[in-house]
Design a protein around this ligand. Structure first.
Ligand SMILES: Cc1ncc(COP(=O)(O)O)c(C=O)c1O
Length: 342
C-alpha cells in the first residue's frame, strides 16, 4: 500500500526550535498547500540520515556535518533549506568539573557526545593540542547529555548553546547556584573554523523522493517558510500555539530554550554557500568526506527572494555572542541585524 503523505523525521525529540515545523502542521499551512505530512520523532538521533537516505522516510531535519557524511556513506540526501543558522556548539561543562578554557584541561575527563561526530571532532582536536584520543574517555550519550552531566556520569558533553546550556543553567539556578557555572568550549573556535556552520540544522530530503516530488517539496518549503515568518513576527504567540499542540513544550526550561533559539532561526531558509564550502573542507580534514566530494545542497525549492550573504560573518558571530548573553540575562526575543551588502 502506498500513501501520499510526506513523512518527516526530526533530528531530535520535539524541541522548542522545531516550532516552525509544528506550526505549519497545527495552523494547516501544509494542508493549504494540498499536502498531508506525518511528523515523526527519533529515539536515537544517529538513525536519522540513514533512515531518510535509505528512503524509509521522505524528509527530515539534520545538522550539516551529518548531511554531508550521509551522502559520502551512500545514504543519498540533499539539504533543501536551513532551519537554524550556526547555533553555537561545543563542549559544555560545569566549572566544578575542573575543566577550564584551556582544551588541555579535558585530559583525563569523561566527555559525552551525542552519536558519532562529536567524538570524531574531539579526537581530531586532541592532535592540535598535543594530546591523543586516549587522553580522555568518550561516552556516547544519545539525547541524554544534559542528564549525564547532572548525574555526574560525565565531566562534560557536546551540546548546543541554545539547548543543553540552557538546561544546565536552569538546573543550576534551581539549586541556588549561579547560572554562569556552566561554560562552553566552542568547537568552531578550537578548530579555527570561523563559523559554527557544521551544526546548522537543515531541512533534508531523500534524493529519489526529491527527484520524483519536486513540486510537493516546493510546497512543503512554502508552508514552513510561512510558519517561520509567523514565528519570527510573533514568537510569544507562536510558542503558545506550539504548547497547545505539544504540551511538553510548556515548561519554563523549554520556554527559555525557545528564547535562546529565536536568534538562530534562518529567516529565508537559505543554504549559505560559504558555510557549505567551509564544512566540506572540515569534513575532508576529519576524513569523513573523500577528496573531490561535492556538497549536497540546493536552494532551488526556495521560491522567494533570498537575502544577500552577510559581508561580515566573523563580526556577526561576535555580535551573536553578545546578543545571546543579553537574552540569557534578561530574557525576551532578539535577533541580529546581519550586515549584508545592498
Ligand atoms: C547539532 C549537532 N548535534 C550533535 C552533534 C554531534 O554529532 P553526533 O550526534 O554525531 O555525535 C553535532 C556535531 O557537529 C551537531 O552539530
Amino acid at each position: 500500500m502506498a500513501t501520499d503523505k510526506i513523512t518527516f523525521l526530526t533530528n531530535w525529540h520535539a524541541t522548542p526550535y522545531h516550532a516552525p515545523l509544528y506550526l505549519a502542521q497545527s495552523r494547516g499551512y501544509f494542508n493549504d498547500e494540498g499536502l498531508e505530512v506525518a511528523l515523526l520523532e527519533p529515539n536515537d538521533p544517529s538513525d536519522v540520515t540513514e533512515i531518510i537516505g535509505s528512503g524509509k522516510v521522505d524528509m527530515g531535519f539534520k545538522a550539516m556535518i551529518h548531511t554531508l557524511a550521509a551522502k559520502a556513506r551512500n545514504f543519498p540526501v540533499t539539504s533543501i533549506g536551513s532551519l537554524l543558522d550556526e547555533p553555537f556548539t561545543g563542549v559544555v561543562y560545569l566549572k566544578s568539573s575542573g575543566i577550564t578554557t584551556d582544551f588541555k584541561s579535558l585530559k583525563g575527563k569523561r566527555i559525552g557526545y551525542v552519536g558519532e561526530f562529536g567524538k570524531i571532532q574531539i579526537d581530531e582536536l586532541t592532535k592540535y593540542y598535543g594530546m591523543t584520543a586516549d587522553d580522555y574517555t568518550a561516552v556516547r550519550c544519545g539525547m541524554n547529555v544534559t542528564k549525564a552531566i547532572i548525574r555526574g556520569d560525565i565531566d562534560a558533553g557536546i551540546g548546543l548553546e541554545n539547548v543543553q546550556m540552557v538546561e544546565l543553567e536552569e538546573w543550576l539556578a534551581g539549586q541556588g547556584r549561579p547560572r554562569d557555572d556552566v561554560q562552553m568550549l566552542r568547537i568552531d573556535q578550537l578548530a579555527e573554523l570561523g563559523c559554527c556552520c557544521f551544526c546548522s540544522i537543515l531541512y533534508i530530503a531523500n534524493d529519489s523522493f526529491l527527484a520524483a516530488n519536486q513540486e510537493k517539496v516546493g510546497k512543503f518549503m512554502r508552508a514552513v517558510k510561512r510558519a517561520t515568518d509567523a514565528v519570527i513576527a510573533d514568537p510569544a504567540g507562536a510558542y503558545e500555539e506550539y504548547v497547545d499542540f505539544k504540551p511538553v513544550m510548556g515548561t519554563a526550561v523549554n520556554r527559555k530554550i525557545f528564547e535562546r533559539s529565536y536568534a538562530y532561526f534562518s529567516r529565508d531558509l537559505k543554504n549559505v554557500a560559504r558555510d557549505w564550502d567551509k564544512v566540506t573542507r572540515y569534513g575532508k580534514r576529519l576524513a569523513v568526506l573523500p577528496d573531490g566530494f561535492e556538497p549536497n545542497y540546493t536552494n532551488a525549492y526556495l521560491t522567494w527572494g533570498l537575502e544577500p550573504d552577510s559581508t561580515d560573518p566573523v563580526g556577526d558571530q561576535k555580535r551573536m555572542v553578545d546578543l545571546q548573553r543579553e537574552v540569557a540575562e534578561k530574557g525576551g526575543f532578539k535577533r541580529l541585524e546581519v550586515s549584508a551588502s545592498a
